[in-house]
Design a protein around this ligand. Sequence first.
Ligand code: NAD
Length: 455
Amino acid sequence: MDSKRISRRSFMGRAAGATGGMLAGRTIRLEASAPDTTPARPVPPSDTIRFGIIGVGMRGSGLLRDAISLPGVQCVAACELYTGRQELARQIVDKPIQVTGRYQELLENKDIDCIIAPMPDHWHQRIVLECCQAGKDVYVEKPMTHEVAQGFPMIEAAKKHNRIVQVGSQEPSSVIYQKARELLRQGAIGDVCLVESSLGRNSPCGAWNYTVPPDLSPKTVDWETWLGPAPRRPFSAQRFTRWRNWQDYGEGASGDLFIHSLTGIHYALDVTAPPKRAATMGGLFHWKEGRDVPDVITTLYEYPNFRATLRVTLNTSDDEIYRFMGTRGIMEIHGIENPSGFTIWPQDGKNDSPCTPAWPQPMSSTYAKRWHAEHDTQPGEAKPIEAAGYYAPPNYNDTREHLWNFFQSVRTRRPSVEDAEFGNNAAIACHMANYSYFNNALAVWNAEERKLTSA
Ligand SMILES: NC(=O)c1ccc[n+]([C@@H]2O[C@H](COP(=O)([O-])OP(=O)(O)OC[C@H]3O[C@@H](n4cnc5c(N)ncnc54)[C@H](O)[C@@H]3O)[C@@H](O)[C@H]2O)c1
């Protein structure tokens, strides 16, 4: 839990401050659902899921650690193009596994039930199609696609080959989003008309300028394979390490960060299609070292029943926050990439005094008298409006929960919590933000033709 954020937004302090003591508060701790590393009963080998991982970089190394911490799950192979990370995979698993630079070997390996694929975004479509064709279920990282046109063939491949495809923005597996969605469906804050999300970072690491490993060279990296479907260019240690900065491989802040907000919004509000329109403004103001994506981006989305505004800056550190704003209050989720909890601030949507602007006397005072007689609470009758804070347990890890859900789907053949259709809708929304920015126009989703147009 981010103690700085929680203390600043101190739940009880804010509750009392906001209404002079009329707002009461409850805090509720949510429980993780994935099992502990050591289960009560050992999992028989026949029930064990054997996975291979393709890409053991920043995300892959974390996913690998989390996956092998789950009971009944075993890593049997890792594929990496950089020798340093081949070594890292061996270090993490700490047992004999197949390590290779050719992912095709994992797809051909009959001992492997499923694949985890935390590869850069330009690889997502190709790896999902090949996994499905090879009969492997696949956990692919977010955003599901690098371009709008890529998503529909991925959905079709999953259906045709009867494969589980789970996309890796972990919000739908988070106890925080699950509870938030349940409460939103129950009308805890009335009708949601507007959602805001904002996130700010202010460091080279936050702006994706990760330190380049000193041994990176064409000798330690299979650069041609890494480029995959991207345009050919000479080896670049910068591009290998900081690929998010270039549209050839990533989508900038939209694909890296908006996608978490979009996934959370789609999940919490049961959105099953891309937004109708999106308008973006942004700019590249600070990180002018050669990237071709903006470092400030704000997008306004039009969904049928609500609007959403998303904002990311890589130039100023700021709270990560979502605000679902309804006719009966605000639900505020703390944290976008790793949410720690949420708070509901209720509102009753009623007048708190007679609403009679510029009425003449005695009409105004007669009405006011009647209004107070009908509406004022009598001494002892006042009921506090109850605000509620919901928090994840300490060290909560929603990615581990997401992996658990994936392996459960692989085991049971139950649909994944974040399937290709869901992933495609969220990814299209993220591409709409960039389409609007780079075309300097309103992005319009044409559902019939499955493409974006401008207005
Ligand atoms: N869900 C989340 O919260 C979250 C967080 C971070 C990253 N991600 C996603 O994870 C993915 C990976 O991001 P990252 O930061 O780990 O990138 P990274 O560059 O650190 O790691 C990617 C690794 O994939 C390897 N790779 C690329 N092509 C390969 C191939 N054909 N065969 C084998 N290995 C290959 C590279 O060598 C590299 O080591 C991205 O899609 C990113 O958006 C998700």
